[in-house]
Each structure stands twice: as structure tokens, then as C-alpha cells.
Design a protein around this ligand. Structure first.
Ligand SMILES: [Zn+2]
Ligand SMILES: [Zn+2]
Ligand SMILES: [Zn+2]
Ligand SMILES: [Zn+2]
Ligand SMILES: [Zn+2]
Length: 612
């Protein structure tokens, strides 16, 4: 079976149940592939340790990589070994339908006759696999339990009256006709149940995603000394913030400034002007004056300017991993080939220049500050375990992929590293802030300078780190996330050759930034994103804005209620593979309002400029 390693990561790791293309159900036993060496282990282990900390200690079946880094092996999953599962079969003769269950795959193979068919021991008709499974939050999964007949106590004559769902179906006895509900199977673990209530496994069809949730994390795996130094630096938030604000994107420079002894007090702008004039008058060389300015002059740019003027909360928020990763991505000494829209616009000539002008107008109209492209987006998606029934930390057991006598008796982490192609979209803080003001979620004035707007928004975001709420911060994050999905889906227009399922999202909502990257090169032309940025940026953005104005599932999709507070569904915003949060916290209506408003505002500005 040919699958991309990314698909394997999301669907076919150990413990997963899947439909084999030959028409049966199987469970992945183990996965194998080469060791991954070109990755930043330190960042991966740090983040994994943080992730594990979100579960209760008795739920975690994985060692802590901070204390036991040597117990792990990191593999790229290229081959998947599976077993036929479940080993429950029913007779295809409608007058019989008796269920036969095996407990070992070997026994099934032995029972298979020369023509490769399993036969009903009762009537000799062919058998087919019975699909239903039960599972529990503790990680247990079993074939649907076949009960004894409550009347004649025999198990050999039971058949399943299958009414299409686990709930409505029932067991019946061919012998005596007695019936029994497909009762929920108790689970021996005695956990995940209210006090005094038995733990129960739940029934699922193999297509149900709840049977197996891969637990994974995505990191930007940059192997550069500067980036490592940044990661471990106590003031990494300052450097990350200076990068996002556009003050200093060269991290080596930022780190140098952070590590410089602060020396004596600095002069005010006036004091320095006087001093500079004096130095110059006395014939001091300009290079010396520059050096003195750097240590004694007023701070206007760079990390020192950031450190002195923003709140501790903002600096702390900027130290979160995603912000630091973004700073790594936007350092041109680290990701050397990244081209911003401004870079391309400045170089464009002829037809490209016309396209670039149009693109710039369109970006302004949609509140987008920059779209960058790189062929070396260093993303790494790693799956370290799985859960059943529920996916959120703390709601179930986190199961390890480790297996006795496999993986050198270590705990495997399955990872797909890629220097892949990506488009990085950053929204304009002024547009987001003004829109929040327009919706009465932000009361302050909207700064006219982009940098000031970023700082104002950063204060709002730092004050409320939650996701999914109704405040300005949550709304801003939801807006960026929704836009990210809409932009990704709009690339799959049926013509350009982008398949939605081969793209994925990497997002830093607090920096108004999302990267759309190529997760599978199966059907993707290298350099295609570069072409989008050079030639087709405006059509792509406009198509995105147009697409969110409606959904094929309307009016249903747009109907919201106390239980469904935002509008998003698989016909408009959901992604099939590429969203780390499984399509949580998206709202097409919010995004639609945003873009209607930015476009209207842009038109008014243009009109005013024309009049003036
Ligand atoms: Zn039969
Ligand atoms: Zn019976
Ligand atoms: Zn259990
Ligand atoms: Zn929808
Ligand atoms: Zn997403």
C-alpha cells in the first residue's frame, strides 16, 4: 500500500484501525523506517515533556524525555505492519448469519481453506468480517462481545441483527429465538466512570475516528547554533518580540545585544545629540562615535528598545515556543531563501510587476501584511502515542507505541521531517485591531503605525491567553485560524494541482501568522508556491474571501446555537489532515465579517485618496 509518510503519521500508526484496500479491516501492529537524525532533538524533547505534563501521571505510558532521553528512538514511518482485526466473522447466509470468533490471527489462517475463504462451521457458507468494535478511554479495544444466549446458554448460534448502528442492533439466537441488546461491554480497568458506576466500553464502527487519536506535536526543527542559543536564552521573548515587530530579525544581532553588559545609564536623545556634536567637533572618528552611541546613546531600535517599553506579560507571551519558532523562520540567516512579498514586489518587472501591484492592493484590502515563500520550511511532525475515545489531555490514557522486542526495546517517536515548501501569511495588526474595535471588542485607539498596532494587540493577547472564548484575544486567534484554513482550502481550486489533503497548516495565532506547507509531495510540483506568490497571489486571496461568504452546507452551516457557537464544517473550513487542533475553534462567519469590513474600508480609503 503506497501512502505518504505524513498520511501514515495521521492514520496508520500502531493501534490504528483502518480499512485495507483489499476490503477488510486491520489494526496496525507496528511501523518501521529509518532513524531520523536531521532534527532538533532538544526542542522536540522539551516540547514532548511539556505535552506529557498536560496528562495525569497515571495516564502516561511514556517516559519523560527530559530525564530519560536515551529511552527514545525517532523513526520515519515508511512501512506499516498490520493484523486483520477484529477476528470476528459472520456467516453470509442470511438464514444463518452465525458469528464465529477467533482469538489469534494464526488460527484464522489455519481455518482458511484452499480457496482462501473462511467457511461457516454450521452451514458452510462464506464468512465475512464483523466490523463492530468496543473501546475505552483506558486504551483497551476489543471486538464486539458476543454474548451467550440468555435462554439456551449456547454461544454458537448467536447472530447479530444489524440495523446499521451499534445502538439499534441486537443479538439473537438461531436456536431458540431469544434476543439480547448489544449491551455495552464492561471494562475491567474500573476507571473513567463516575463513582459507583461500572466502567463501560463504547461501541464503534471502524470508520469512527474516536477509536484512535494519534497524539502528535509539530515543531520547527532548525539546526542552527543561533537558534539553539535563542531557545535556551532567558530573554528569548525579547528577541522573538523584536523579530515580530520588525525591529531586528537577525537573531544573532539580538542575542549579541541581550548578552552585552548594560553598562551605565543611557542618555536621552537631546543629551546624545549634544554629546555627538562634541565628539565630532573634537575630531573623533565616526566609527568610534558609532560605538559610543551603541553603548551610551538613546535606545531607538533593537532588543534594548523592546525590553524597556513593553510589559512583562507581553515579553513572557513572546517567549512561547511558536513565537520563538516564528523568529527563527523570519531570520534570513537561518532560512536563507525566504522571500517576502516586498522582496518580490521590488524585483518584479513587466507582467510580474503588474501582478505584484494588483496583489499589493488586494493584500491591503484583506488586511494582510505579508505573504512570504520558502522552499525550506523546516517543519517536523512527530507522533509519540495515541488515545482512544477522547483526545484531550487528561480525558483518557496516553498509550505508548513501544512494543516488546521491537524498536530495540526503546520508545519510538514517529516523525516526518521535511524541508518543504511553504507560504507564510501574516495579517496586519492594524486591520485586526480596528476590526475588533468595529465589533466593540476593543476600546482603545488604533495606532496608525503597524509596529504600534502590533504592540497594542500583543497587550490584548498577553492579558488573555485562553482559546475559544468570546473576548478580543480569543476572537483574534479564531480569526487568524479560520483565515488560515480558508486560505489553505482555496489553494485547492481544482485547477492549480494543489490537493487540500496534501497541505497542512502551521500557525502562530498571536503573531497573526500562518504557514501553509506541503505535507506530501505525491502530487505537487516543486516551486508551485513560488509561482503563486509571483503570479497568482491576488486571485488566490480573492478566491479565499469569496469562498467564505457561503458554504455548500448552508443554511445549516451558518446556524449557530448554544451547542454550536461558531459556523464551520467539512464543506467550508475543516481540513482533512492538516490541522493540529482537529478543526477546533473556527468561525467562517467571523472571517466573512472581517473581510467584508476590510474590503469596504479599503474602498472608502481609495475613494478618499482619489478625491484628495
Ligand atoms: Zn452459516
Ligand atoms: Zn438460545
Ligand atoms: Zn478501561
Ligand atoms: Zn460550512
Ligand atoms: Zn487548524
Amino acid at each position: 500500500m503506497q501512502r505518504s509518510t505524513t498520511q501514515v503519521l495521521y492514520r496508520y500508526l500502531p493501534g490504528a484501525v483502518f480499512f485495507h484496500e483489499d476490503g477488510f479491516i486491520a489494526q496496525v501492529h507496528h511501523a518501521s523506517g529509518p532513524r531520523v537524525s536531521n532534527l532538533n532533538r532538544r526542542v522536540l524533547f522539551e516540547e514532548l515533556s511539556n505535552e506529557l505534563g498536560r496528562w495525569l501521571p497515571d495516564q502516561v505510558g511514556i517516559p519523560d524525555p527530559r530525564t530519560n532521553p536515551d529511552e527514545f528512538v525517532i523513526l520515519e514511518p515508511e512501512e506499516v505492519s498490520w493484523d486483520v482485526y477484529p477476528l470476528s466473522f459472520e456467516c453470509t447466509n442470511q438464514a444463518c448469519k452465525r458469528v464465529v470468533r477467533w482469538f489469534r490471527q494464526r488460527a484464522v489462517l489455519e481455518a482458511t481453506n484452499a480457496t482462501g475463504e473462511l467457511k461457516c462451521p454450521h452451514c458452510n457458507a462464506a464468512l465475512r468480517q464483523l466490523w463492530y468494535l468496543t473501546a475505552h478511554n483506558c486504551g483497551r479495544m476489543e471486538p464486539l462481545h458476543t454474548p451467550k444466549c440468555p435462554n439456551c446458554q449456547n454461544v454458537a448460534n448467536m447472530y447479530l441483527e444489524d440495523l446499521g448502528s451499534f445502538r439499534s442492533s441486537s443479538w439473537r439466537c438461531r436456536q431458540c429465538g431469544a434476543a439480547i441488546g448489544t449491551r455495552f461491554t464492561p471494562c475491567d480497568c474500573g476507571r473513567y466512570a463516575r463513582a459507583g458506576v461500572r466502567s463501560m466500553q463504547r461501541g464503534f464502527t471502524p470508520r469512527d475516528q474516536r477509536l484512535w487519536y494519534p497524539q502528535s506535536l509539530t515543531i520547527i526543527s532548525i539546526s542552527a547554533q543561533t537558534y539553539d542559543n535563542l531557545q535556551g536564552h532567558p530573554s528569548r521573548g525579547v528577541a522573538a518580540l523584536a523579530s515580530w515587530l520588525g525591529d531586528e530579525t537577525d537573531l544573532a544581532v539580538s542575542l549579541g545585544q541581550l548578552d552585552r553588559p548594560s553598562g551605565g545609564a543611557r542618555m536621552s536623545a537631546d543629551e546624545w545629540a549634544e554629546q555627538e556634536a562634541r565628539l565630532r567637533a573634537s575630531g573623533i572618528a565616526e566609527t568610534i562615535i558609532d560605538q559610543i552611541r551603541e553603548t551610551q546613546g538613546p535606545v531607538v531600535t533593537g532588543v534594548a528598545a523592546v525590553a524597556g517599553t513593553v510589559s512583562d506579560a507581553v515579553v513572557e507571551a513572546a517567549g512561547q515556543r511558536a513565537m520563538v519558532e516564528r523568529a527563527g523562520l523570519f531570520d534570513k540567516k537561518i532560512i536563507e531563501d525566504r522571500k517576502s512579498f516586498a522582496d518580490l514586489h521590488a524585483q518584479a518587472t513587466g507582467a510580474d510587476s503588474t501582478a505584484a501591484n494588483y496583489a499589493r492592493t488586494t493584500m491591503e484590502a484583506l488586511g494582510i501584511e505579508d505573504v512570504s515563500v520558502t522552499q525550506r520550511f523546516p517543519v517536523l511532525v512527530a507522533s509519540y502515542g495515541y488515545s482512544r475515545c477522547q483526545k484531550e489531555p487528561g480525558t483518557s490514557d496516553l498509550k505508548s507505541y513501544a512494543r516488546q522486542r521491537l524498536y530495540g526495546n526503546k520508545t519510538p517517536i514517529f516523525a516526518v521531517p521535511a524541508d518543504t515548501e511553504a507560504l507564510l501569511v501574516t495579517f496586519d495588526a492594524r486591520a485586526v485591531l480596528a476590526f475588533l474595535g468595529h465589533e466593540d471588542d476593543f476600546a482603545g485607539p488604533v495606532p496608525t503605525e503597524a509596529r504600534d498596532a502590533k504592540l497594542a494587540l500583543a497587550e490584548v493577547l498577553a492579558a488573555d491567553p485562553a482559546v475559544g472564548g468570546d473576548g478580543a484575544a480569543s476572537k483574534s486567534r479564531r480569526l487568524v485560524h479560520s483565515a488560515s484554513h480558508a486560505l489553505l482550502r482555496a489553494l485547492d481550486d481544482g485547477q492549480s494541482g494543489f490537493a487540500e489533503s496534501s497541505l497542512a497548516e502551521w500557525i502562530v495565532p498571536d503573531a497573526l501568522t500562518s504557514a501553509i506547507y506541503v505535507a506530501s509531495y505525491n502530487d505537487f510540483t516543486l516551486g508551485a508556491f513560488d509561482t503563486v506568490l509571483r503570479r497568482r497571489l491576488a486571485p488566490w486571496l480573492l478566491r479565499t474571501a469569496e469562498a467564505v461568504s457561503h458554504c455548500d452546507n448552508d443554511p445549516m452551516c451558518s446556524q449557530i446555537s448554544a451547542h454550536r457557537r461558531h459556523a464551520a464544517c467539512d464543506r467550508c473550513l475543516h481540513l482533512s489532515y492538516g490541522c493540529r487542533t482537529w478543526n477546533a475553534d473556527l468561525d467562517r462567519r467571523l472571517l466573512r465579517r472581517f473581510w467584508l469590513w476590510t474590503q469596504q474600508r479599503h474602498q472608502e480609503t481609495v475613494r478618499l485618496e482619489t478625491v484628495a
